[in-house]
Every structure is written in C-alpha cells, then in structure tokens.
Design a protein around this ligand. Structure first.
Ligand code: GDP
Length: 443
C-alpha cells in the first residue's frame, strides 16, 4: 500500500540524517522533495502544497534547526502533519441505535457489495448480529452476490420480492432486524457508472424510509484523482458521514485517496486492502502516517493477531511445544493460523524499520508465504500417522510425498530436517530448564 510514496519519503529523511545540523536551505530542499514524492503518488496538488507549507512552518523553528537530531525532528513534524491530513483522530460508525443503520453507496465496481460482506464479517467476529439488505434491485447479480456473502458469514440477508421498490426492501430489512433484535443493518444500495439525479433520488428515498445513522461512500482508491471528485460530488448531493477506501492494496496511485479527507472534510472510517472478507481495517490517521513514514504499526499488528489467532489454540500449541509432543499436524495447523493474518509482505510493513531492510532480505521474507504454501502441500500429502511420527518417513515414503505435493524430494528432506532440528532444540531447552530453573519457559 502506497509503497513508492513510503520509500521516496524515507529516502528524503535518510539523507537528512546525514547532517549534524540543518539550516533553512536543507529544510526547504528536503521539503521540495517531499512535495515531489506526494505529487508522484497522485496526492492532490493543493493538498501537497499546503502540506509542505505547514511542515516547513513547523520545522523552521529553533527547536528543529538547533536540535542535535534534526532528521528525527523533521520526521516527527511530518508525522504530526500527516496525521492531521488524514483526519486527526479515528472516527467510528454511529452504532448506538439498535438496530444501527449503515447505508453504503458508491459507483459501480467501487467494491460496495464486497465491503458490505467485509463489514458483516468484521462486526460478527466481535459478536454483533448483522442483517444485510440487498437494495440494488436492478442487478440480480448484485443481490445474488450479497446473499452468497451473507450465507458465508452467517448473516441474515433481506432480498427484494416481486414488485418491491428500493425503499420497500430497505424498510423490510429494518423491520426484520428490529424483530430479530439485530445490532446492525447494512444497506447495499444500487450503483451507477456516474452520480446522477436518479441515483441521488433513490438514495434519498432509502434514507427517508430507514433513517440510517451512517451514510458511507465506498470509494475506489485505485481511480486516482477522480476519487476526490467523486467523493466531493456525493458529499454535496447526499451528505456523507464517512468514507471507506477500497483497493488500497494494489495501486501506487492510492495517494489521491489520501487527499480525500482534506478535500471533502469527510472522515475515513475504514480501508479495504484485498478481496477476502477479512481484508478490511479500521482507519487510524496516526497509524497510517506511521506506516507511510516507515515507523511501523505495531498496535494494528497486535490487534490483527488478537482477531485472527485463537488464544486457546495458541495455549495448546505452547503446551505441546513445552512437552515436545508438537507434531507435523500441529505445524500445519499453525501455518493455517498464520495465514489468517494476511500475506507476509503486509505483516512486514507493520514492523518499524522494515522499509530500511535490504531488498534481498525483504524479498526473502516476502517469499516466506510461497514457502509456507509448499510446506503445507508437503504435509497434506502425508498420512496422519506420518504427520504424527515423522521418523517413519523413509526414502520411499519421501518419494511418494514429493510426487503427491508436486515438489522436489530435496524440499521434503529439508522440511523434515528442519522439523527434527526444532524438536531437538526444544528438548535441549527443556533439559536446561530443569538444570537451571531461572531460564524462562520455552517458547
Ligand atoms: P460494487 O459494484 O461496488 O458492488 O463492487 P464489487 O463489490 O462487486 O467489487 C468490484 C470488484 O472489486 C470485485 O472484483 C472485488 O473483489 C474487488 N474489490 C473490492 N474491494 C477490494 C479491495 O479492497 N481490494 C481489491 N484488490 N479488490 C477489491
């Protein structure tokens, strides 16, 4: 996400660290480069200009110029200003009503329906009950897509019936949610290729029928500068309470979307970073600024781990490791849990300083995901007995496993060797702990 912006900004700051002290000229030169980096990432030109002006005003004070760590001081000022640019404090949905209504709107293909499913997943994983309302009645495919997502998530879905108007569906969904005492209703509304009177009228009708507490625009971050214009027009026409930016995973042009708060005044509530139900994150301006500036985002990483890793499972694994009864099946299950955290490259970006690692190390760590897939395939080609007792895997079994998983035999050998080494190490740690009780528990 926004990798090229992040790496050009980090380059500018790296060069500043070389100076013992800064003068006005160094600061101005560096900020000119910051502005170029923002423009290249497709940040709106007015936003880039105001941003660098504000940072310059903050940086030309004596405390920065005379500081012994001027580079860090500038990064701190940029971080503060960027946090403001993204909206300052985190804004949440208005979920006080029961059921709370969240109306999603946006252009065709912006990711509205996918986001409705992701939101259901997000809220249901924290124990809330959700009803999805398929208000895009002109597109049967959209209704079908939403009801499939609802089924996957175990959420209720209200679909249009013969003769229903759009407000009819919305009102019925709200009524059903009330009867079921559901916490939240998400209204997935119809899209258009562009915003027009017809669409605005339809959205107003829905709003009148169900009075949702939130009217949220789902905005495709990959469309560049146009996203700012789309947001502005929707905000003028219907009055938004917030934005969800989608597709921030792929495109370097996501910079446009980062201007969207300051150009419209609408808070960014969440960001979509992939196609899976779990690829939706709450948006924290300060954490986003930290990620872009290469300071990592350990808070989000820990939250992600808490959401995706089952504590009881983790404790069971820990006990197995301590008793040295951890087998290849457990290893396989652990990889499954790790996978829920998302691709390795994304995890890496949340670690402070990861941007400064040499390219070779980054690509090796990024490639760990592929390696994991191969290891899973190898373990899946083993019988339960082999997974439990890898010592029985002789040469002919290794050959069969390699054939079954489509890898070279040397990779099967490598996996078994590594697994054996880990077991020996745990055994040694256990012995050492017995002799020296001061050693903390492993792992
Ligand atoms: P709608 O017309 O607004 O309802 O859009 P859809 O929900 O059907 O999404 C359009 C396409 O965008 C689909 O292929 C989705 O899988 C994809 N999509 C949605 N959100 C994201 C995201 O955050 N990242 C990526 N990479 N793709 C997304």
């Amino acid at each position: 996400m926004l990798e090229s912006l992040s790496s050009s900004l980090q380059n500018v700051f790296r060069s500043l660290r070389g100076y013992g002290k800064l003068n006005e000229k160094n600061v101005k030169d560096a900020l000119r480069e910051v502005r170029m980096a923002l423009l290249e990432a497709d940040v709106h030109f007015r936003v880039a200009k105001d941003f660098t002006k504000q940072v310059r005003d903050r940086c030309l004070g004596q405390d920065v110029l005379e500081s012994v760590t001027p580079g860090q001081q500038i990064v701190k000022r940029v971080h503060e200003e960027m946090t403001e640019l993204f909206g300052g404090a985190h804004t949440d949905f208005n979920l006080e009503d029961r059921p709370a209504g969240v109306m999603l709107l946006g252009l065709h293909g912006s990711g509205k329906t996918t986001t409705a499913g992701k939101l259901a997943h997000y809220w249901m994983s924290s124990g809330k009950s959700v009803v999805l309302a398929a208000c895009d009645i002109r597109r049967p495919a959209a209704v079908e897509q939403l009801s499939t997502l609802a089924k996957q998530e175990g959420a209720a879905c209200v679909a249009p019936r013969e003769g229903d108007t759009v407000p009819d569906v919305a009102a019925r969904a709200r009524r059903e949610a009330s009867e079921q005492q559901a916490d939240i209703v998400i209204y997935d509304t119809g899209g258009r290729f562009q915003i027009d009177e017809d669409l605005v009228h339809e959205l107003e009708e829905i709003r009148e029928a169900v009075q949702p507490a939130d009217t949220v625009l789902v905005l495709d971050a990959a469309i560049g500068q146009e996203s700012v214009e789309v947001a502005r027009r929707f905000h003028e026409a219907v009055g938004l309470t917030g934005l969800i930016l989608t597709k921030l995973d792929g495109d370097a042009r996501g910079g446009a979307a980062l201007s969207v708060h300051s150009m419209t005044g609408c808070p960014i509530l969440m960001t979509g970073t992939g196609e899976r139900p779990e690829d939706l994150e709450p948006f924290y301006p300060e954490r986003m600024a930290s990620r872009i500036l290469g300071m990592g985002d350990v808070v989000s990483l820990v939250e992600k781990a808490q959401q995706n890793i089952d504590e009881d499972d983790a404790r069971r694994m820990q006990e197995k490791l301590a008793k040295n009864t951890f087998d290849l099946q457990d290893f396989h299950d652990q990889m499954q849990q790790m996978k829920k955290m998302g691709p390795m490259e994304n995890i890496l970006k949340m670690l402070p300083g990861a941007g400064e690692l040499p390219e070779q190390v980054k690509s090796q760590l990024g490639g760990a995901g592929d390696n994991m897939k191969r290891q899973e395939a190898i373990i899946r080609s083993m019988t339960p007995k082999e997974r439990h007792k890898p010592s029985i895997i002789n040469a002919s079994r290794r050959r069969r496993i390699a054939r079954g998983s489509g890898v070279r035999m040397s990779e099967v050998n490598e996996l078994l060797k590594n697994f054996d080494r880990t077991r020996k190490m745990t055994r040694q740690m256990k012995k050492m702990r017995k002799r020296l009780p001061g050693i903390p528990n492993f792992p």
